[in-house]
Design a protein around this ligand. Structure first.
Ligand SMILES: [Zn+2]
Length: 339
């Protein structure tokens, strides 16, 4: 078994899809054959229309199998049980080693694409930091000045319920006239107030700046690891790939949140929110809207909170899409199968 450097491993053909194309194949065990190594694994691409037989036992329908190399240079295709018969204990070791190398090669190839990704793109995404900072400040002010309202709205959004509703139970008039034996409910539900909440994406994160920075750090770690893989375990490579994949998802959500924020702070939506809060009767305050401000009156004073909405252009998703395409981290893992 050859010990590959990461560079050699990247180019190595550990897995092939047409084992029949190799030269030097023999279909019977050569006289005095001495097992040298497992040369590669195959997953036959023409399967199940065409099948690869085991050259040792003739088992006819392999999709997955191994190319075995003998000291003489001759090659033979076989399944793992026949391989174990000719190679003894070393077979399992070699099979495991091949599997580990294939695993590492998969991550090396993903990271190789990351190296090739345009770093300018990452800088362009970092430039969005200011926008996330604005939204985080908005959260801080909202939470500080209207803590109850802030909590209630977050709960509502977490429930995935964008409708603000106030209901009461009222006596059912029909119940008075019901004859015996008729089943009529005594009380019915009455909707007093209903407002469809807009811009719920504002509440995706309570601190979008922090989440943005942490996601970007995970993406930068991926670039750093991609530039120097030597000495790092395959698990470490897999971890940075997983983290970067999660980071891209978070970034997508955060961008959506920024883009939805102006909808939350639109006067008509704030009006609905303030009426809902009044219905709930939080403390003895009354909420109202004055221009762009949400006000409340605590009986003695009117407190006015200005939430200057970040009326900037929406963030273009295309940058993120380009980044994930460049990193191609959505690629599904190849199956390392066996017969
Ligand atoms: Zn066989």
């Amino acid at each position: 078994m050859i010990h590959h450097t990461d560079e050699e491993l990247l180019a190595a053909e550990l897995k092939i899809d047409n084992p029949l194309q190799q030269s030097g194949l023999v279909w019977a065990l050569p006289d005095g054959a001495k097992f040298k190594a497992i040369r590669n694994l195959y997953a036959y691409s023409a399967w199940p229309n065409d099948k690869v037989p085991c050259a040792m036992c003739g088992f006819p329908n392999h999709k997955f199998g191994f190319t075995v190399e003998f000291e003489s240079g001759e090659l033979m295709l076989m399944g793992s049980s026949c391989g174990a018969k000719i190679a003894g204990e070393t077979w399992q070791q070699q099979e495991n080693a091949m599997r580990d190398l294939g695993n590492r090669q998969y991550y090396l190839r993903l990271l190789e694409r990351a190296k090739a990704a345009d770093e300018k793109l990452v800088r362009a995404i970092w430039a969005l930091e200011r926008r996330f900072d604005q939204i985080s400040r908005l959260h801080v002010r909202f939470r500080k000045q209207l803590p109850e309202a802030y909590e209630l709205l977050i709960q509502q959004c977490r429930k995935g319920e964008p409708v603000l509703e106030v209901k009461e139970m009222r006596e059912n008039e029909a119940a008075k006239y019901a004859t015996a034996g008729q089943s009529v409910p005594k009380f019915v539900e009455n909707v007093l107030f209903r407002h469809r909440l807009q811009g719920t994406g504002f509440f995706f994160s309570e601190d979008p700046l922090l989440e943005f920075q942490s996601a970007m750090k995970d993406i930068e770690s991926l670039f750093a690891v991609a530039r120097a893989t030597a000495g790092k375990s395959t698990n470490a490579l897999s971890l940075v790939c997983r983290k970067a994949r999660a980071a891209l998802e978070v970034l997508g959500k955060l961008v959506e949140g920024v883009n939805e924020t102006p909808k939350f702070f639109a006067p008509r939506n704030l009006e609905g929110v303030s009426q809902w809060l009044n219905h709930l009767g939080l403390r003895h305050d009354l909420y109202s809207i004055e221009g762009q401000s949400l006000c409340w009156n605590d009986g003695a004073d009117t407190v006015k909170i200005d939430f200057p909405p970040p009326y900037e252009d929406a963030i273009d998703h295309a940058r993120l899409t380009r980044l994930s395409a460049a990193l191609q981290l959505n690629e599904t893992r190849l199956v390392w199968g066996r017969d």
